[in-house]
Design a protein around this ligand. Structure first.
Ligand code: SAM
Length: 197
């Protein structure tokens, strides 16, 4: 009768693969791509590229996933898409393939702040949205609604500074960095926000 046993893995590559599996995916959802002007699309692509730089400071490139990736985005993205997880289909298909049923949607319109209890989710989703003219108000909650329609459990959570979202940068790469400081480095939300400002 075996109660406890240990498996010792000596293969370096396998070891790294296994340790990656215990981390969630950080997804930039490009569902609203077509709502952007040409100039805004370039900004989305730039912030995605900066997100690639950020993820590599904390985890591995492949833990950053981009969904709804299309040809236009591929042309605008000047970073190696093969080093991240680039997915051409909708987010719910990606989640289904990975067996992820519960996600956290980073949403400035959410009632609740992101907290430690949410960290067990299989993925964190950031809207691939850039606002220059205020034409994309409340587009983040729509990402959540579409996922819920497909049976995904969505926890909508906001990031705030001293209880207010004013003062929190809304760039995709900075939201990702705040998230990584909290999830990977276990930092309190206010500290994480202040460190990226
Ligand atoms: N116009 C969008 C809206 O009204 O829903 C906001 C877009 S914001 C520029 C880009 C993304 O950053 C959002 O989709 C969201 O995932 C994330 N984000 C920005 N500020 C946030 C905050 N205070 N808390 C949580 N997520 C935030």
């Amino acid at each position: 009768h075996l109660e406890k046993f240990e498996i010792i893995i000596t293969d370096k590559d396998l070891k790294e693969k296994l340790s990656q599996l215990s981390y969630p995916y950080f997804i930039i959802d490009l569902m609203h791509w077509e709502k952007h002007t040409e100039k805004e699309k370039k900004k989305v692509a730039l912030q995605a590229s900066q997100s690639y730089g950020v993820i590599r400071d904390y985890l591995w490139g492949e833990r950053l996933a981009l969904t709804w990736v299309n040809e236009e985005f591929k042309e605008m993205a000047n970073f190696p898409l093969d080093k991240i997880t680039a997915y051409e289909g909708p987010t719910w298909e990606f989640l289904r393939e990975k067996g992820i049923e519960k996600v956290v949607l980073l949403d400035p319109w959410a009632e609740k702040d992101l907290s430690k209890e949410d960290f067990s989710a299989g993925a964190f989703i950031i809207g691939g949205i850039v606002d220059t003219g205020g034409t994309k108000k409340k587009t983040t909650p729509k990402i959540g609604e579409e996922l819920e329609k497909r049976g995904i459990k969505v926890l909508r959570r906001k990031i705030s500074l001293k209880g207010d979202i004013i003062g929190v940068p809304d760039r995709i790469n900075l939201i990702l960095e705040i998230l990584l400081k909290m999830v990977v480095e276990d930092k309190p939300m206010d500290d994480a926000v202040l460190e990226v400002q």
